[in-house]
Design a protein around this ligand. Structure first.
Ligand code: MSP
Length: 642
């Protein structure tokens, strides 16, 4: 029997900066759902990619002195780029689309033309407020305190001859889609869309730009490029081969089963996207799920706010699975979650090191210690077994319910109820006591078997979240691949009675919280701003500076000035030289009498607080401390530094 197709997507990411933990959250969550569906036996198509056009990219490339293509190539495919990050995070996408791929661009041109020919795209003039980072036009009424309602940044007035999409025409069908079906989830987002965007009246959408060139050209009107969101949204179809020859999966996978997107782009996916598909007379995706943001101290992470958390750093320190697990176990997927290093470390320590890691290592160690690694077939049931078994047997359906509702955190919470119960079962059955009497061996074997089964069943369901660790667990508890599928995740007693275990490495080492937090803080301390680059000078230029050894004849504070000291100096010329210096904070005048200093003596005279200063006394300053440059008193006044 052929498998049922399941098409799931993440948003395609802007390669305008390196990705951060917030982007990773979205992709890891989608990956876990895709893996879960594969576990369920679906023929999964998991798509991700990059959204590479638009003014923001063009501007950034220009600032770097590279072409837009070079710029995006580096962030997408360069070292520690997006492709590397997904590989590191063990993302199991089946396809990766780049909107600069030729097949996609040609298809977008055809799509645009089709909507134009139909009369749903028409030419007009756009005047409005434009947010460059978001690539979005806004009306005055949509602005929040005069700023972009999405990102809070400045917008600028813009006017362009442009093409428009008749979004207004689709307002009612879209309203019905949102209010009468389960198209958009969580439900709370439906009200937001309807009240904020549809109720006030949907205006037609500006879908072309002439102010920059980095985009898909409108082939029938040179000078116009297709609005980046039209270009981007259709990726979900072109990546399957819609209006192109690159792929042939459109019939099989479209309509998408679910688009997973962050909450700030729900508007594009739940209003603009279905309206354009209606215009194209194409089936609509079955669902859009809008997840929350990972925030840091209540603020969305972004490069410009300087509050991003680097997924490479965390994955390298704690392991990819620990990071994947933390992201999905901790935060309810539909709501915002406040990221912190403490939370990350305590989740790893509590759930992975103490609960799961310990359960596996203790069980395997006991099977080795008491049975030489292989259980005997003969077993005797005992008191707390039924409760453990019941929990293990209920788990799969609870997990399924949560996963189907896009609640991976709930699914994980259910799995960890079994993990905790199994740990408690060890305490209740006290295998070390049973082991003292040879007559208890069949009972001890049953206890071990029940533990191994609980681990197998829990780990089969943890696999979509921490795939590499589960493989290691299966190897340790002697569970062959065939017993770790969905069907066996619902069966207690699948492992052979004489199962053989193997000692393995520690799965999740405990982290020393205090030490780790200190190290992270040091690693991520804001860098001192780099000293401005001073252009080199020639030796001739340098030799023009006259630096003269001077003796301090007199020194006093300048009246009404907290900063200035007035020096009378012997510069060897026979005529006293007056210099004012802003060092009163660091020296008392009397300390400096008779000292041998160095001054630049060929600067033009300058008035300070009404007094003339003829030169500059040299000093050294760092971190708020200042020292005058003082020489040995044996050096005579008037000597030149060379
Ligand atoms: N290019 C568009 C998507 C086009 S889809 C046809 C885009 N790209 S993005 O790179 O800015 O964001 C990609 C996804 O990452 C979005 O779903 C966004 O919500 C998500 N996240 C970015 N920062 C995030 C957090 N701090 N937390 C959670 N998700 C975050 O939008």
């Amino acid at each position: 029997m052929s498998k049922t197709p399941f098409y799931i997507t993440t948003p395609i990411y802007y390669p305008s900066d390196k990705l951060h933990i917030g982007h990773t959250y979205c992709t890891v969550a989608t990956d876990a759902i895709a893996r879960y569906k594969r576990l369920r036996g679906y023929d999964v198509m998991f798509l991700t990619g990059t959204d590479e056009h638009g003014q923001k990219i063009e501007d950034k490339a220009k600032a770097k002195g590279v072409t837009p293509q070079q710029f995006v190539d580096n962030i997408v495919a360069g070292p520690k780029g997006i492709l590397d990050l997904w590989k590191l995070m063990n993302i199991s996408n089946d396809r990766f689309i780049r909107t600069t791929d030729g097949y996609h661009m040609e298809a977008v041109q055809k799509i645009f033309k089709k909507m134009y020919d139909k009369g749903d795209i028409y030419k007009g003039k756009y005047t409005g407020m434009y947010c460059t980072p978001c690539e979005s036009f806004w009306t005055e009424s949509q602005l929040v305190n005069g700023m972009c309602p999405d990102c809070g940044r400045e917008v600028r007035a813009a006017e362009e001859e442009a093409y428009f999409f008749r979004l207004s025409k689709y307002a009612e069908p879209v309203r019905r889609l949102l209010t009468e079906t389960d198209f958009l989830e969580p439900k709370s987002r439906v009200n937001e869309m309807v009240h904020n965007f549809i109720d006030p009246g949907l205006e037609d959408l500006c879908v072309s730009r002439t102010s920059f060139t980095w985009g898909v050209p409108v082939d029938f009107d040179p000078g116009h490029v297709v609005y980046v969101w039209v270009d981007a949204l259709f990726n979900y179809t072109t990546a399957l081969g819609f209006m192109n020859e690159q792929y042939q999966d459109f019939e099989k996978y479209w309509p998408a089963d679910v688009h997973i997107v962050g909450k700030e782009i729900v508007r594009f996916h739940s209003i603009i996207w279905p309206a354009m598909l209606m215009s194209m007379e194409m089936p609509l995706p079955k669902k859009v799920f809008g997840h929350g943001w990972l925030v840091l101290n209540g603020e969305k992470m972004s490069k410009s706010r300087g509050n991003i958390v680097d997924p490479y750093q965390l994955a390298e320190r704690y392991g990819v699975d620990a990071l994947r697990f933390f992201l999905l176990r901790t935060f309810p997927f539909g709501s915002d979650g406040n990221f912190s290093n403490e939370l990350l470390i305590s989740t790893i320590n509590t759930d992975l090191a103490n609960d799961l890691g310990n359960l596996v290592s203790r069980t395997v160690a006991m099977v080795i210690k008491y049975f030489g690694g292989q259980l005997p077939a003969e077993k005797v049931a005992g008191e707390p077994d039924e409760e453990l078994k019941a929990l293990a047997l209920e788990l799969r359906s609870k997990y399924e319910k949560a996963m189907e509702a896009f609640a991976p955190h709930t699914a994980l919470a259910e799995v960890f109820k079994l993990v905790s119960r199994a740990n408690k079962y060890i305490d209740e059955t006290a295998p070390w006591v049973l082991a003292k009497d040879e007559a208890n061996k069949p009972r001890l074997a049953a206890v071990m078997y029940n533990l191994l089964e609980s681990i197998r069943m829990a780990s089969s369901l943890l696999r979509p979240f921490i795939p590499a660790s589960c493989e290691k667990i299966f190897a340790q508890i002697g569970a062959p691949e065939s017993l770790t599928d969905w069907e066996n995740a619902g069966i207690f007693g699948a492992l052979p009675a004489d199962v053989q275990v193997t000692k393995g490495e520690t799965l999740f080492p405990r982290i020393d919280m205090a030490k780790e937090l200190a190290e992270l803080e040091a690693l991520n301390a804001p860098q001192e701003p780099a000293a401005p680059e001073i252009p080199p000078i020639s030796i001739d230029e340098f030799s023009k500076v006259q630096m003269t050894v001077c003796k301090v004849l007199a020194c006093e504070n300048v009246k009404k000035s907290e900063k200035l000291l007035k020096f009378t100096l012997d510069d060897g010329s026979g005529k006293p030289r007056q210099i004012l210096s802003g060092i009163a904070k660091y020296y008392k005048p009397e300390e400096l009498l008779g000292k041998t200093l160095v001054a630049v003596t060929n600067l033009p005279p300058r008035k300070m607080m009404g007094q003339e200063s003829n030169g500059m006394i040299l000093s050294a300053e760092k971190d708020g401390k200042l020292n005058l440059l003082m020489l040995e008193d044996s050096i005579p006044a008037g000597a030149q530094l060379c």
